[in-house]
Design a protein around this ligand. Structure first.
Ligand code: HEM
Length: 444
């Protein structure tokens, strides 16, 4: 991928492209584009990126909400820039694990923990600094002699296809690191210090762990008002799609309302050695939105994404601004089948909300973000939940195969947004508590 001309696009847009490019090239391009005092000081620290203190870090790696801001309706404001780095453990480390060399494994563990603590020192744990989680795939635990049943006390299945409409690839990495920040320089610098050629980030040295991992893949994205609109030049969306300025999604709306997100407590493993951890499902979804923008009107888009009631009662507004803190999908007629039969359309959020807990709590904490990886629109659909089974249950509700069979809506057509969304990849991970985030033993 190539970078746009920094003279012709705003710095924000240029640096978004630099995050997608990554590496030293991406980082230095973003710094060179400075202009607003973002050149690093002589000591390499980034302007406006606060340093941090590992001492206060919570046990839950995924405890991000307490440091993220809220909008005027109380919805968590997600960080803008996201990078997912998939890594395999290096062949030397595979030998160490397989050979049961505990001294060498302890040394690797200590060094990785030092490197992660260095990052926490280099960046405040916030949207202005850096948020990150380290997750481990079933394949990682398989490498241990005592890992054949996976991590102790946690169901962590290999990813599988979850609908009859998909034929996804499966993540090949052992380890997945999710970096997030409002600062494009922060995600790039953290990534380069941990897995690239840099030995410091934000003016602080970072322990070298490059011998422990081999890069497998890199995925990127962004979440914020106006960001999809400025990337309408990619495949999968018309160049002139009237995506509202305020919309954070290529489909033209906002997501992640407080009322439709699981609280962090709901997604946290509450017992066993991995208590305070969570499970993570990451699917890479490609979206084909030409017909969404060229053939559907606003009313139809609202009906398909939310529900026909939302469309008829004009509950949503142009991009979701009328919804406040909740998409209000729980006061719809209860029988989704009957409803779909009458309306001939069933909404995405309406379907997915059928999988809420009996007390109305949503089981998934969605931390998904749009992407233009491969110069195509898509969404890295990252969710946290107590168990992968929760994800499968919600995904079944979202797929709505039960509705398609009997209601007259098709398996794809008029069935929420299925017609526009294509699952390309899936991966399952355990995000351990902080105490076990560094190369955990399956039975720590
Ligand atoms: C391109 C893909 C997708 C887009 C653009 C999208 C968009 C949205 C939007 C706009 C909402 C309503 C607002 C809100 O977030 O509260 C929503 C709700 C939701 N979506 Fe999606 N979504 C996508 C894929 C998925 C997938 C693959 C799942 C799989 C499980 C899913 C599960 C949910 C759930 C659980 C809710 C909340 C329902 C509730 O209120 O309980 N979404 N989505």
């Amino acid at each position: 991928m190539s970078l746009p001309d920094p003279e012709t696009v705003p710095r924000r847009e240029f640096c978004k492209a630099a995050v997608a490019l990554g590496g030293v090239a991406g980082l230095s391009a973003c710094l060179d584009a400075g202009g607003d005092g973002t050149d690093p000081d002589a000591d390499g620290s980034l302007a406006d990126v606060p340093t941090g203190d590992p001492e206060g870090a919570p046990s839950r790696q995924h405890a991000w909400n307490d440091v993220l801001e809220r909008d005027e309706n109380g919805n968590v404001v997600a960080p803008t820039h996201h990078v997912l780095r998939g890594l395999s453990v290096s062949s030397d480390l595979v030998d160490v694990i397989g050979g049961g060399d505990t001294a060498a494994l302890d040394d690797a563990r200590r060094r990785f923990e030092d490197a992660l603590t260095d990052l926490e020192r280099a960046f405040e744990r916030s949207n202005e600094g850096l948020l990150f989680t380290v997750g481990y795939a079933p394949a990682y635990f398989d490498r241990f002699d005592n890992g054949e049943d996976g991590p102790a006390g946690v169901e962590l299945p290999e990813p599988t296809a979850l609908t009859s409409m998909e034929d996804p690839e499966f993540d090949a990495a052992d380890v997945l690191v999710h970096f997030a920040s409002d600062s494009p320089e922060a995600v790039l610098a953290a990534e380069e210090a941990l897995f690239g050629d840099e030995s410091a980030a934000n003016g602080m040295s970072v322990t070298d762990v490059t011998d422990l991992f081999e890069p497998v893949d890199r995925r990127t994205g962004f979440l914020g008002p106006g960001l999809p609109r400025e990337r309408r030049d990619v495949q999968g969306v018309p160049d002139d799609a009237p995506i509202p300025e305020e919309a954070p999604l290529f489909m033209g709306f906002k997501n992640g309302f407080a009322g439709s997100q699981a609280p962090e407590d709901r997604v946290t493993i509450d017992e066993g050695p991995f208590a305070d951890g969570t499970t993570q499902h990451v699917s890479t979804l490609q979206t084909q939105l030409n017909a969404w923008w060229d053939q559907e009107n606003h009313h139809q888009r609202v009906a398909k994404l939310f529900s026909p009631t939302h469309a008829a009662e004009e509950r949503v507004g142009e991009w979701g601004e009328k919804l406040g803190s909740a998409p209000s999908v729980t006061d719809l007629p209860e029988d989704a089948l009957e409803y779909a039969r009458e309306e001939g359309v069933v909404g995405h959020a309406q379907k997915a909300a059928r999988a809420r807990d009996d007390d109305g709590t949503p089981p998934l904490l969605r931390r998904d973000f749009p992407t233009t990886d491969g110069d195509h629109t898509g969404l890295h659909f990252l969710t946290l939940q107590e168990s992968i089974a929760d994800f499968v249950r919600v995904r079944d509700a979202m797929t709505g195969a039960d509705l398609a069979d009997e209601s007259g809506v098709g398996s794809r057509l008029n069935n929420g947004i299925l017609q526009y969304v294509f699952v390309r990849r899936r991966g399952n991970y355990l995000v351990p508590p902080r105490a076990h985030r560094s190369l955990p033993d399956p039975q720590p």
